[in-house]
Design a binder for this molecule. Structure first.
Ligand SMILES: [Zn+2]
Length: 308
């Protein structure tokens, strides 16, 4: 008993001394929750269909996956608040232009005080979804022209047309390239060919304004590492689930401008190629969509455990 009293007194004394010394009450910093509020951003929408498959459009596939993801997050993390930038096939906020839609996405995430931003997209590559016809030389034949002394024989190729299947498939997750902060002003308008993202090249963002620079530095300092961690977990989980993974890609193009405009860790998941017939079917199926969602949930669990 006495020990307890002495103990209590000494704790009280230390507290008083601490208050006296620092001049203020000891403050316990309340850390922002890792998964307090998650903003889910289905890519594109409405007048911006995104990439087109043989029969489906990115804006709708991304929306279907996003809505399933929101439900799964609520089930896996009951404490987490889930918000969507859009829940129907419209541009977020029902704005009229693509540029406004980018601003809407980031403003919405920031005003909602999100702790994480997840954008869902689908990819495309090649000349046409599904495949296309090409010609190749299969043999040569002799063709004779002219008569008498002008008679000439030459070899001409014989072509056959054949179908080229659009076989490229798999996933990749994008994060904003923090190490290219300085070069960003120029780089943002250069569309990078390897990315399947189609954006309106007439859009340009002022990346050199003081506000944009501060935002970019803040991203590099506070959110880049977390974004990278989560992006790696997502690709790992997708690959474990049997998908082909191209891993995490760092970009600074305008198609993913939104990733650094949201003041929070942010990733953009390219869930697969609509230009590949099998993958388009898969991404339009319940199983395919649930698989993508399950991988993101696995990643979120690891992310939460790693950061807490
Ligand atoms: Zn997209």
């Amino acid at each position: 008993m006495l020990k307890r009293i002495i103990g209590t007194i000494s704790i009280a004394t230390s507290l008083i001394m601490l208050i006296a010394f620092t001049g203020k009450k000891p403050v316990v910093h309340k850390q922002k929750p890792v998964l307090g509020t998650i903003i889910i951003d289905p890519g594109h929408g409405g007048m911006d269909p995104g990439t087109l498959g043989s029969y489906s459009r990115e804006s709708r596939v991304a929306l279907a996956i996003s809505l399933k993801l929101g439900k799964a997050i609520k089930a896996a993390f009951p404490e987490t608040k889930v918000l969507y930038t859009r829940t129907t096939d419209i541009l977020p906020g029902n704005v009229k232009t693509l540029k406004e839609s980018y601003y809407y996405r980031s403003d919405f995430a920031n005003q909602s005080n999100g702790d994480l931003f997840i954008s869902i997209h689908c990819n495309a590559i090649g000349k046409k979804p599904g495949g296309w016809y090409e010609k190749k030389v299969v043999s040569y034949k002799n063709v004779t022209t002219g008569k008498g002394k002008k008679k000439k024989t030459k070899k001409v190729p014989v072509y056959k047309s054949y179908y080229v299947k659009n076989t490229h498939k798999g996933t990749e997750t994008y994060i904003w390239a923090a190490d290219r902060v300085e070069a960003k002003g120029d780089a943002i308008n250069q569309r990078q060919e390897e990315s399947g993202e189609k954006t309106d090249s007439t859009i340009s963002f002022d990346m050199n304004s003081p506000e944009a620079r501060i935002r970019a530095q803040l991203y590099a300092k506070k959110y880049f590492a977390k974004s990278l961690t989560l992006a790696n977990y997502v690709e790992e989980a997708l690959e474990k689930g049997g998908r082909r993974s191209y891993g995490v890609k760092q970009r600074n193009e305008e198609g993913i401008w939104v990733l650094q405009a949201t003041g929070m860790p942010s990733i953009l998941v390219e869930s697969g190629f609509l230009s590949n017939t099998e993958e388009e079917k898969y991404l339009n199926s319940e199983k395919g969509q649930n698989d993508v969602v399950a991988a993101i949930i696995t990643a979120l669990k690891k992310y939460k455990a790693a950061l807490e």
